[in-house]
Design a protein around this ligand. Sequence first.
Ligand code: FMN
Length: 143
Amino acid sequence: MSGNTEEMADIIIEGITEISDVNIEKIDIMEGPEASILGEYDCILLGAYTWGDGELPDDFLDFYEEMDHINLTGKKAAVFGSCDSSYAQYGAAVDILTEKLREQGADIVLEGLKVELNPDDEDIKNCQNFGRDFIKKSLVSSI
Ligand SMILES: Cc1cc2nc3c(=O)[nH]c(=O)nc-3n(C[C@H](O)[C@H](O)[C@H](O)COP(=O)(O)O)c2cc1C
């Protein structure tokens, strides 16, 4: 909506590429990919801001529903998103997506990362660490 979650995605990718040369594809959910593409990847990071009263963004709904039909057993996954603590359901989209990934069999290797609005200096470090930790944990646990 306003670029905060995408900024997190880019910083997380920086963190991953700092310590590994894995192939990364960044896919914009607003371009309407089908959830079946998740089957093509070993590791999945989903990012979403929270909308409405603790809901997923509208652009995420089709993808989210399609996830019901995708078996993610053996995939390493984690979720991140920008949030706003002035709302009661802080970063609920991160929790909703984490739960869905888990239900579909993914191995959640890190607790979801929630950042207040636009990442500040400390958040930037946390996003970089999130990327590093995600790939470390994913690669170690897949050996
Ligand atoms: C109508 C509306 C509803 C929102 N509801 C929530 C909410 O329930 N929980 C939350 O943490 N943030 C909520 N937000 C805040 C957004 O998640 C926040 O602005 C976020 O930084 C947007 O991320 P983006 O820049 O990636 O689009 C809401 C924002 C708007 C405009």
